[in-house]
Each structure stands twice: as C-alpha cells, then as structure tokens.
Design a protein around this ligand. Structure first.
Ligand code: ADP
Ligand code: MG
Ligand code: MG
Length: 250
C-alpha cells in the first residue's frame, strides 16, 4: 500500500527527515509517536504533497506508483486522505456543499458518475447520522465557528465519504478534548477495513487507548528510532521519550 524508502527531506537547507523507512500493508493501523520537533508533521506534509519541502533522497510508493510525482489532488483520487491539525475555514460555503463538491470531484476522476443532489443527500445523511453530525451543522459554512469536536466530525465525515484506502491523521499537539478524541477514535475505528490502512500520528498515548494500532513507531530526530507492537505505546506512556531525544539516539 505505502512504501517509504530512505526518505530524506530538507526545509530551507536544513535536513529534517534523515532517512525514513516505513511500509504499511493493507488493513494495518500504524501509530507514529514522538517528541515535538521530531519531524512527524513534516512527514505528513510530504505525503500530502505540500510545497516547500525538498526531497533530497529516497522514494515513496503508493500502490506501486511514485507518490512524490503526483499532485495533491491526484493523491486524493488515488485513495489517500490526510487530516491535519488545523483544518481550513471556508466562509460562505456550506459544509454540505463543500463535501458534495469534494466527493464528486474524486468520483469523476475515478471514472464514476457524479452523485445528484438527492443521491448525495441520502448518502451524507446516512454517514452523518453515524458520526453524530447534525443537519444544522451541515448547513453552516465549513469549520467557521466550529468547536474542536465539530471540526473533527466534519473531517471524519469527509473521510467516510471519500472512502480512502490510506488515511493519515496528524493529531500531534492538537490538544484534542474528550469530545474530539472520541469523534476521531470512533470515526477511525468505524472505517477500519481489511483493505484500508491508517497512519495515526500522535504525541499522546491517550488516543491509542481508543484506536488500538497494529504497529507503533517512535520517531525522534528525523528518524524512526524504534518499531514495536501496541505495547510500545504503553511503554512510552510510562517512560516518556527521554531515551530517544538524547545524543545516544542520534
Ligand atoms: P513534529 O510534528 O514531530 O513536532 P515537525 O515536523 O513539525 O515536528 O518539525 C520538525 C522540525 O522541522 C522542527 O525542528 C521544526 O522547527 C522544523 N520545521 C518544520 N517545518 C519547517 C519549516 N517550514 N521551516 C523551517 N523549519 C521547519
Ligand atoms: Mg520534527
Ligand atoms: Mg507535528
């Protein structure tokens, strides 16, 4: 599904990712944990195709294709969904309209018919009900004045509608409140499927009490320092990241 090989990334001449290797197979849920400044968000931005990152070495294959040569929208069409800490606000565009446009754009590129408004309404109602998204919220402009939990609901609803094969969620530092935490974890768990993979990036072990990962990676100083099973998250909760941030971890 996703294969990252020896990925080196620099910003303004400073190397931030220093050789990342990561393989995600269909159906797997991976957690990437690590201290602030270790490069977790940089990795998610590179996967998203954000500008300003220089890939100095390495490659990323998504379903066997060179991801780094794809435009951000091509990545979405190919089945990648990225959720970020700071969702954009779109004044003047109802959440419902935004979601319909996003879904139909992807369907069109995937060679599927666009959904009519009644078809879309039926689908969105069904998915929204499962995620506790109210009809009132769907009429409001996307993210404008939304609470943290509502933003997460809108994002997870978008994810549910687009039916991605790989979801990358960067939740680091976002200080999810209990409501938002539950929305994210219930949403992610509901979307777990044998053909769908997830990468959950988080600073906090707490999220992983709700989204139980198959594989946990510790990232520090631009590298994956350690990989283990779900018990690794528990160990990090108890011991913190001290073992990974000192000179010894370089
Ligand atoms: P994390 O998400 O693990 O906290 P980041 O990927 O946000 O880490 O940041 C990794 C390092 O790269 C930090 O030292 C940060 O200051 C630096 N960095 C990230 N983005 C930029 C940027 N656009 N310009 C300069 N430095 C950056
Ligand atoms: Mg960093
Ligand atoms: Mg981050």
């Amino acid at each position: 599904m996703l294969e990252i090989k020896n990925l080196h990334v620099a910003v303004d001449g400073n190397e931030i990712l220093k050789g990342i290797d990561l393989t995600v197979k269909p159906g797997e849920v991976h957690a990437i944990m690590g201290p602030n400044g270790s490069g977790k968000s940089t990795l998610s931005y590179v996967l998203a195709g954000k500008d300003d990152y220089d890939i100095t070495e390495g490659e990323v294959l998504f379903n066997g294709e060179n991801l780094l040569e794809m435009e951000p929208n091509e990545r979405a069409v190919a089945g990648m969904f990225l959720a970020f800490q700071y969702p954009i606000e779109i004044p003047g565009v109802a959440t419902m309209t935004f979601l319909k446009t996003a879904l139909n754009a992807v369907r069109k590129e995937r060679g599927k018919d666009e959904l009519s408004t009644p078809e879309f309404m039926k689908l969105v109602k069904e998915k929204a009900a499962k995620l506790n998204v109210s009809q009132e919220m769907l009429r409001r402009p996307l993210n404008v004045g939304f609470s943290g939990g509502e933003k997460k609901r809108a994002e997870i609803l978008q994810m549910a509608l687009l039916e991605p094969s790989l979801c990358v969620l960067d939740e680091t530092d976002s200080g999810l409140d209990i409501d938002a935490l539950r929305v994210v974890s219930d949403g992610v768990n509901a979307l777990r499927a044998p053909e769908r993979s997830m990468i959950v990036i988080t600073h906090y072990q707490r999220l992983l009490d709700h989204i139980v990962p198959d594989i946990v990676h510790v990232m520090a100083r631009g590298r994956i320092q350690r990989t283990g099973g779900k018990e690794l998250a528990k160990e990090l909760e108890a011991k913190g990241y001290a073992d990974y941030v000192g000179e010894a971890a370089a």
